[in-house]
Write a protein that binds this ligand. Structure first.
Ligand code: HEC
Length: 139
């Protein structure tokens, strides 16, 4: 019975998973290879670590406590507000906006900028992979 339940849970979660396009899959693969080089104990990207990166507050670039949530909100299917410019940000979740996580160039650019905004440095390959894993799978 337990096995059947587990199988069902896995099937349901697969149905809801977002399928990345080929270039995004390649980007994730590159991050994975890099993460393995940086950390021999690396065992794949992790949703929980990604959640922590996304929700943790840090003294950011402007010297104020900020997190990814500050601009993108904690409900990724809702619009956010850019705390620096007060401009509306469309939902980050690809479940809410299918244009999200389709252009590698865009994803790279914003991960670079936004890690600097929050953590005052660029993210490691593992951190980037973890946070993307969190964002694209968050319901
Ligand atoms: C100061 C506000 C702000 C903060 C803080 C912020 N972002 Fe963003 N983010 C933006 C803006 C502005 C854009 C670009 C506009 C858009 O895509 O709607 C963006 C875009 C993105 C994108 C592009 C996704 C795509 O495919 O279009 C990703 C990924 C992203 N942010 C992740 C993060 C992560 C991870 C953090 C925390 C480390 C974070 N953001 C923190 C403002 C912010």
């Amino acid at each position: 019975m337990k096995k059947i339940l587990t199988a069902l849970v896995i099937m349901v979660s697969l149905v809801h998973a977002v399928e990345l396009n080929t270039s995004m899959k390649e980007y994730m693969k590159t991050l994975e290879t890099q993460a393995q080089k940086e950390n021999p104990k690396f065992k794949g990207f992790d949703y929980i670590r990604g959640e922590k990166i996304f929700t943790t507050k840090y003294i950011g670039k402007k010297g104020k406590l900020i997190s990814c949530v500050s601009c993108h909100s904690s409900d990724l299917s809702k619009k956010g507000i850019n705390v620096n410019t007060n401009k509306v940000i469309e939902p980050l979740s690809p479940l809410a906006d299918s244009s999200r996580f389709t252009k590698v160039k865009n994803v790279k650019k914003w991960l670079r900028r936004n890690f600097r905004d929050v953590y005052n440095r660029v993210g490691t390959a593992q951190e980037k992979g973890d946070v993307v894993t969190y964002i694209i799978n968050k319901k």
